[in-house]
Design a protein around this ligand. Structure first.
Ligand SMILES: *[C@@H]1O[C@H](CO)[C@@H](O)[C@H](O)[C@H]1NC(C)=O
Ligand SMILES: *[C@@H]1O[C@H](CO)[C@@H](O)[C@H](O)[C@H]1NC(C)=O
Ligand SMILES: *[C@@H]1O[C@H](CO)[C@@H](O)[C@H](O)[C@H]1NC(C)=O
Ligand SMILES: *[C@@H]1O[C@H](CO)[C@@H](O)[C@H](O)[C@H]1NC(C)=O
Ligand SMILES: *[C@@H]1O[C@H](CO)[C@@H](O)[C@H](O)[C@H]1NC(C)=O
Ligand SMILES: *[C@@H]1O[C@H](CO)[C@@H](O)[C@H](O)[C@H]1NC(C)=O
Ligand SMILES: *[C@@H]1O[C@H](CO)[C@@H](O)[C@H](O)[C@H]1NC(C)=O
Ligand SMILES: *[C@@H]1O[C@H](CO)[C@@H](O)[C@H](O)[C@H]1NC(C)=O
Length: 476
């Protein structure tokens, strides 16, 4: 049976609504469970891996006084590259394969009646599940921070899918009509570091980084799958890209229709899904992760601007700052922060590429794209006011949440739980600046009005944004 995505949403809802969970009797043997939707990298519907399982609640004696969030947009109907490279070729091949009687092939019988869940025109649009995910984040934050002021502005890069995510989020967060306005930041190729898409204005970044390396593992993991499918359905000529696209459809179809026959574990086994996930992880390692020397440089301006909002003593304009962007930026910020570093506890910087071998899976890696960049993947930096945390001084502390799970920072661990002190955080920030400053120079910008810092949160020229209103317009 394909795991039900609706069931997954209900499970997520249960995280938000305090309902009583039944106690299960201890079982003698563990039962193996596997959900492919949690191994789909950039195509994974939002989920919270809780890895490590530290509590998202503030440590004892602490309360959050300010928070800054960065979120990827929520679920969409396939991005253009995935659609053109994998999904559309598979779908048109399928439409041509009239000589094959799919209904006679057990694991693939659904293909006799299956139709593609999206059209050309729907590429890149937010799905209804996407609106739900973004709205759920708004409700989650208002439950998480009941004592903080509702933000008057949220920021988003200018693409439709990020703007719509910001709007759904704002609607669910605001208590009054037009309480939260959406500020759109143009995705300029000449914005320097001053946008929510700084990789687009960095010539040293290329969206094709990682494709050569991931192609090596793609070939390895798809070979036995191709042979199995070709033995079942001779004449279709399943290719490595067909297999990759069918597995991607598990994610995309789930966020469009609520479930997908491609997720069925009788069609693709857990090992097949782990191979898919590792292929994506290799790609993102070299594209937006530790295997690309520019990642931290592009991620630093957001980290620096956000840390400064939190370090500022005065109460400031807002308590909560939230921004929406695309899948590239959160992982680059994680590199700037030093999170999910496969080498953190050994191997050192030089060996980082060795932690992602191309001939077998490193199951113990910290860098898992399904955890790092699912739809709506979000990172928070919180400032906590602690008094009465036994064993720690009263004062300000800082911590990071990724998809609600606290993540320990490297060299910044002198506070309760996963937090670190104000002085520790300032020193940590300086270390990260020393590693990654110099955006314009290191990106090799070829325009002369570049800048190394992100000022959209404090620059009055950015404006107050556009009101969203609590009501949805007619379905558009
Ligand atoms: C499908 O068939 C048409 C007509 O024979 C052909 O032009 C097209 O290339 C085929 N598409 C694929 C993906 O095989
Ligand atoms: C540089 O100029 C371009 C074109 O006018 C503009 O889009 C971009 O935002 C500017 N960059 C900065 C950092 O102001
Ligand atoms: C599959 O490949 C074989 C051998 O290359 C070729 O003869 C056949 O026409 C192909 N079938 C389809 C449906 O493309
Ligand atoms: C990853 O960890 C290693 C070992 O601690 C360290 O040398 C390296 O600088 C880290 N990389 C980044 C980008 O923080
Ligand atoms: C990792 O591989 C990338 C791509 O080949 C290369 O640019 C980078 O320098 C390598 N990193 C290290 C630390 O060797
Ligand atoms: C921190 O908490 C203490 C105790 O609740 C309170 O007296 C103090 O005003 C708070 N400080 C800030 C900056 O919120
Ligand atoms: C960090 O942010 C501060 C405050 O906005 C700014 O003055 C500084 O230039 C920034 N530094 C870097 C390296 O971006
Ligand atoms: C933005 O909002 C602030 C505070 O509400 C107000 O003082 C300012 O005039 C507004 N700016 C614009 C350009 O509307």
């Amino acid at each position: 049976m394909a795991p039900s995505f609706v069931g997954e949403l209900l499970r997520l809802t249960a995280l938000v609504l305090p309902i009583l969970q039944p106690c299960s009797a201890a079982s003698l043997y563990s039962t193996y469970k596997f959900n492919p939707l949690e191994h789909l990298g950039g195509v994974a519907p939002y989920f919270e891996p809780q890895d490590p399982p530290a509590s998202p609640s503030p440590p004892q004696g602490c309360s959050v006084s300010r928070a800054v969030y960065l979120s990827r947009h929520a679920a969409i109907y396939a991005n253009d590259y995935d659609y053109e490279a994998y999904i559309d070729p598979f779908v048109s091949k399928l439409e041509n394969s009239t000589a094959i009687d799919w209904s006679k092939i057990p694991a693939l019988s659904f293909l006799a009646r299956w139709t593609a869940p999206l059209t050309d025109a729907e590429q890149e649009l937010l799905t209804r599940v996407g609106r739900l995910e973004a709205a759920q984040l708004g409700v989650t934050l208002s439950f998480r921070y009941p004592h903080l002021r509702v933000p008057s502005r949220v920021w988003t890069s200018s693409a439709e899918r990020t703007v719509k995510s910001a709007e759904s989020f704002a609607r669910s967060l605001e208590l009054n009509e037009d309480g939260t306005k959406v500020v759109s930041i143009y995705e300029s190729k000449e914005a320097g570091a001053n946008s929510l898409t700084p990789y687009k204005s960095c010539p040293a970044y290329s969206s094709s980084f990682g494709s050569d390396q991931s192609a090596v593992y793609l070939e390895k993991f798809t070979k036995p799958i191709m042979e199995r499918l070709n033995a079942m359905a001779p004449g279709f000529n399943f290719t490595a890209n067909d297999v990759y696209g069918m597995m991607e459809l598990c994610g995309y179809e789930s966020v469009i229709r609520g479930s997908s026959p491609f997720c069925d574990l009788d069609l693709f086994s857990p090992d097949d899904w782990l191979g898919w996930e590792y292929t994506a992880d290799i790609m993102y390692h070299y594209n937006v992760g530790y295997g690309n020397r520019i990642s931290g440089v592009v991620g630093l301006p957001w980290l620096n601007a956000s840390a400064n909002l939190l370090l500022e003593e005065s109460s400031g304009e807002q308590d909560i700052y939230v921004s929406f962007t695309h899948r590239e930026l959160p992982p680059m910020v994680f590199v700037a922060m030093g999170l999910f570093n496969n080498s953190e506890f050994g191997g050192g910087e030089a060996a980082i590429n060795d932690t992602m071998p191309l001939d077998r899976i490193n199951h113990r890696r910290a860098w898992k794209s399904s955890h790092v960049l699912p739809f709506l993947s979000n990172a928070a930096i919180e400032r906590l006011n602690c008094s009465g945390s036994y064993g720690y001084d009263e004062g300000d502390y800082y911590r990071i949440l990724v998809n609600s799970a606290p993540q320990p920072l490297p060299n910044c661990a002198d506070g309760p739980g996963t937090t670190c002190s104000r002085a520790g955080f300032e020193q940590y920030l300086q270390e990260r600046i020393d590693m990654f400053q110099g955006y314009s120079e290191r990106c090799g910008v070829d325009y002369d009005n570049s800048t190394d810092s992100l000022t959209i949160y404090t620059d009055s020229k950015v404006g107050n944004g556009t009101a969203v209103g609590k009501r949805y317009e007619a379905f558009a």
